[in-house]
Write a protein that binds this ligand. Structure first.
Ligand code: SF4
Length: 347
């Protein structure tokens, strides 16, 4: 075995993290963990994995759930397209009758890219496919002194080929998990533990004093800012919500009245021309500002004003909205932002 791989596996034997999905070869449990951890830290994701496994112990149970049910259980994890894809993929697997056991078959599942397919394939089925993600880029860039900017197509090719050449065919799952853990625990982005590193003797970055310069990063897309208002309408024990439509990061989730004067038509508040606005603008029953928040998404900063609007008379709702009893709100899956608004609403 290549010395790098041997050392890494020995380190993993001593320092690998003990996680519940590592105690099984059940591809469903492993797939679920990989999807949850795509954009979520382990500390947060583990509780969700346990909840999903309890509620949907196998792929048939997940496939038979409603989308609302899946989104509700996912609530708080963000990146809701992952939950929708998870649900769609469960239906694909249930229709096939068993979990696919080839890389192509796994890669064909909704929401599964190269990384996730390699992770599931190697861990659940022992397929010799190396994973490549931020941890792998960092460990390999430093250890082998590679300065190709990560994020480029050239880097993906180069790092994948290198990781693949290091992968011991008899232990692909352990090796991939060792790379993950080593990047997360030992060779961390800001403060790698080089003094205690078993790979220190062969590490090019350490030898050349370039640990903090590697990996080289490509500039990501600019972060844009968007402002809008979130209005909680309360009238005779009821409130109004709507379901987000297709093609949106919050597709399928429910939201309160949104007033966006900058990029969409204003809806349901004084100052616009909707029927609800006409009702509200008549009296002193103006929406009351509760709090302004800054909410960070990957490529967008949201600046949102939270309002509470309590008219005496039921206003006509903007298109797409419907009334529900306030007591029923728990039954609807919501983006984190709506939950934050609800925390401000007096009972
Ligand atoms: S010596 Fe430091 S930079 Fe090199 S692999 Fe070990 S932790 Fe990473």
């Amino acid at each position: 075995m290549i010395p790098f791989s041997k050392t890494l596996l020995a380190w993993y034997g001593d320092h690998g993290r003990d996680l519940p999905w590592r105690r099984t070869r059940d591809p469903y449990a492993i797939w679920l963990s990989e999807i949850i951890l795509q954009q979520t830290r382990i500390a947060q994701g583990q509780a969700y994995w346990e909840r999903f496994m309890e509620r949907f112990p196998d792929v048939q149970a997940l496939a038979g759930a409603t989308e609302d049910e899946v989104l509700r259980l996912w609530q708080g994890l963000g990146y809701y397209s992952r939950a929708r894809n998870l649900h769609a993929a469960a239906k694909q697997i249930a229709a096939q009758g068993r979990f696919p056991d080839t890389l192509e078959g796994i890669r064909a599942l909704k929401g599964v890219g190269d990384y996730t397919a390699a992770a599931i394939g190697s861990i659940a089925f022992g397929l010799p496919a190396a994973v490549v993600d931020g941890n792998v880029y960092r460990v390999l860039a430093r250890h082998y002194g590679i300065s190709t900017p990560v994020g480029s197509a050239a880097a993906k090719k180069e790092f994948t080929a290198l990781a693949q050449s290091l992968l011991p065919p008899e232990q692909p799952g352990d090796f991939n998990q060792a790379m993950m853990d080593f990047g997360a625990v030992q060779c961390t982005p800001a403060s790698p533990a080089c003094l205690l590193c078993p790979l220190a003797d062969s590490c090019a970055a350490l030898a050349t004093g370039s640990v903090d310069r590697l990996p080289v990063k490509e500039k990501g897309p600019a972060v844009s800012t968007r402002r809008f208002d979130y209005i909680y309408l309360r009238c005779q024990g009821r409130t109004a919500i709507r379901k987000r439509g297709p093609g949106d990061i919050w597709e399928g989730l429910y939201e309160p009245i949104v007033c966006d004067n900058r990029s969409e038509a204003a809806e349901g508040v004084p100052g616009d021309s909707s029927p609800a606005a006409a009702t509200a603008a008549d009296g002193p029953e103006q929406p009351r500002l509760l709090r302004s928040v800054r909410h960070q998404l990957t490529h967008r900063t949201l600046l949102v004003d939270f309002y509470l609007w309590e008219p005496q008379q039921e206003p006509v709702l903007p298109e797409g909205y419907f009334w529900i009893s306030e007591a029923e709100l728990d039954r609807y899956a919501k983006p984190r932002l709506f939950e934050l608004l609800l925390e401000e609403i007096p009972k």
